[in-house]
Design a protein around this ligand. Structure first.
Ligand SMILES: NC(=O)c1ccc[n+]([C@@H]2O[C@H](COP(=O)([O-])OP(=O)(O)OC[C@H]3O[C@@H](n4cnc5c(N)ncnc54)[C@H](O)[C@@H]3O)[C@@H](O)[C@H]2O)c1
Length: 473
């Protein structure tokens, strides 16, 4: 009897030690927790429900009002003229001439003029007050996003807002609470998740081609010298002057989070950031504007590392200063393969990653080098995402960053019209935007690890993977 008990204990010990070599022990997790800087997580107000999987009644026509018609907004108005089932009801900007120019987009498309709102900081509120608008689409500067979204939802509107949609933890929680209170859709307009390479790769991830994805990388690396002087009231330069941290993280983190099923079975636990000293933008300000800025806050290059509950890691970078080619990095590393978007799109796969014979010329597949161009093209064709199959041709014609902007807008309207959950919910907005304040906290505390809250307040594990919704045929 004693012999049997010892044997069982021995086997149990082996199993336990095998497990702890893979998963972190509770002791280790607690040690991490001890050093975390934490921000307040407000309790969900009594009687309020989460909005995970929110689906609202089908709409035959989605009536839209646009706020913000600067460099970005008019392109959205133009794209909407190609989307079935919409009615553009209102156009709003501080400047009446910007509204007039957007009206021309409508008349050129043979559409009726929309109601015009301009000339006043709060004119957009009158548009939100109307009862014949379903969706408010916001493309203003970063600081105005959250108050506009909150007011619009309180007036019973769904909202879609440009990136980043919220800049502080207080704004993020206010936006979540308003979306939950009103049960309205609140989507951030993160277009990069619809890029053809990211969509194809997501499909490959979901079909298991890369095995278990353990690491994802993303970035916004784009020298903005030719744009700085064109933002209304210099809002973007002002923000960078006064804020340290990754102030524009969503193009990088969005596709990484979808690849890792964040708040659909996993969650981001904490981040750490480092940045290099700001050099190029202060030099640009001296040269371009004869301005001496000695306390420019935003680092030249900011790097952030994130660890998830399920033991995955993410790296995100931000650099709008350095003279280097545009890059969103986008890398995915799994147990069976690797995907890379910049500077060259490529895949590297282990021999057992895909079924033999499913793609020609796979005999020498090895993850030590990228697959040939021919194999990459064949892979991208085989794993083309259903959304891309449906929209690629039209998206390329309508355009907007090569077509991804059109796909984003089309999907928003498709889901609203069909009463489906949107591709991105308010918790995605929160998770992707929280890097703005939390990277600043890390940097201002000697690169301390900062907790990333569970914005779903207990529901991050309800769904088990990220999926786009489609009408059942
Ligand atoms: N997703 C992308 O690829 C992408 C690309 C470019 C810009 N953006 C985002 O789009 C947003 C707008 O950027 P932009 O380059 O067009 O900036 P911009 O300064 O050119 O335009 C902002 C517009 O908002 C208007 N505005 C400001 N306050 C207003 C108010 N109270 N009422 C009505 N209108 C108001 C301004 O007059 C201006 O026309 C930003 O969030 C930016 O980050 C996203």
């Amino acid at each position: 009897m004693k012999k049997t008990t010892n044997y069982v204990l021995f086997v149990l010990l082996i199993i336990l030690s095998a497990c702890s070599s893979v998963k972190k022990s509770e002791k280790e997790t607690n040690a991490e927790a001890k050093y975390l800087v934490k921000t307040d997580v407000p309790a969900r107000p009594a009687g309020q429900q989460h909005v995970l999987g929110l689906a609202t009644p089908k709409m035959d026509t989605v009536r839209v009002g646009f706020i913000g018609l600067g460099m970005r907004g008019p392109g959205a108005v133009e794209r909407f003229t190609h989307i079935p089932g919409i009615k553009i009801m209102g156009l709003c900007d501080l400047y009446p001439e910007r509204v007039d120019n957007a009206q021309k987009i409508l008349s050129n498309a043979g559409l009726p003029a929309a109601a015009a709102y301009s000339g006043d900081e709060n004119a957009w509120k009158q548009m939100c007050d109307r009862d014949d608008i379903d969706l408010i689409y916001i493309a203003t500067d970063w600081k105005r996003h959250a108050p506009m979204m909150i007011y619009a939802m309180e007036q019973g509107k769904h909202v879609a807002c440009e990136v980043p949609a919220a800049m502080t933890m207080e704004e993020i929680w206010d936006v979540i609470n308003t979306a939950e209170k009103t049960q309205k859709h609140c989507m951030m307009l993160e277009n990069c998740v619809y890029d053809f390479f990211e969509l194809t790769t997501l499909n490959m991830i979901q079909k298991g081609v890369f095995g278990e994805v353990l690491y994802a990388e993303g970035a916004y690396i784009h020298q903005l010298e030719e744009f700085w002087d064109y933002y209304e009231g210099d809002w973007r330069m002002e923000y960078n002057k006064t804020h340290r941290g990754d102030v524009y993280p969503t193009h990088g983190i969005g596709p990484a989070c979808q690849a890792l099923n964040i708040h659909r079975g996993d969650k981001m636990n904490y981040l750490v950031s480092v940045d290099s000293d700001p050099v190029s933008i202060p030099a640009f300000l001296k040269k371009d504007r004869n301005e001496d800025v000695t306390d420019f806050k935003n680092g030249q290059h900011t790097v952030t590392l994130i660890r998830t509950e399920n033991g995955k890691t993410i790296e995100i970078q931000h650099d709008v200063a350095s003279p280097r080619p545009y890059s969103r990095m986008y890398q995915i590393t799994g147990t069976k393969g690797f995907a890379n978007k910049y500077p060259m799109e490529g895949y590297a796969l282990q021999a057992d990653a895909i079924e033999k014979g499913s793609i020609p010329n796979l005999e020498n597949l090895s993850a030590h080098s990228f697959v040939s161009d021919e194999v990459r093209k064949a892979l991208m064709e085989k794993y083309k995402h259903p959304i891309q199959i449906e929209l690629e041709e039209q998206a390329k014609k309508v355009g907007g960053h090569g077509g991804m902007d059109f796909i984003m807008d089309y999907r928003l309207i498709y889901c609203l019209r069909n009463g489906l959950p949107l591709d991105m919910d308010v918790y995605d907005l929160a998770e992707w935007c929280c890097l703005v304040p939390l990277t600043a906290i890390s940097l201002e505390n000697g690169s301390a690890p900062v907790e990333i809250p569970d914005f779903t307040r207990g529901h991050w594990n309800d769904a088990k993977e990220f999926r786009h919704a489609f009408v059942e045929k």
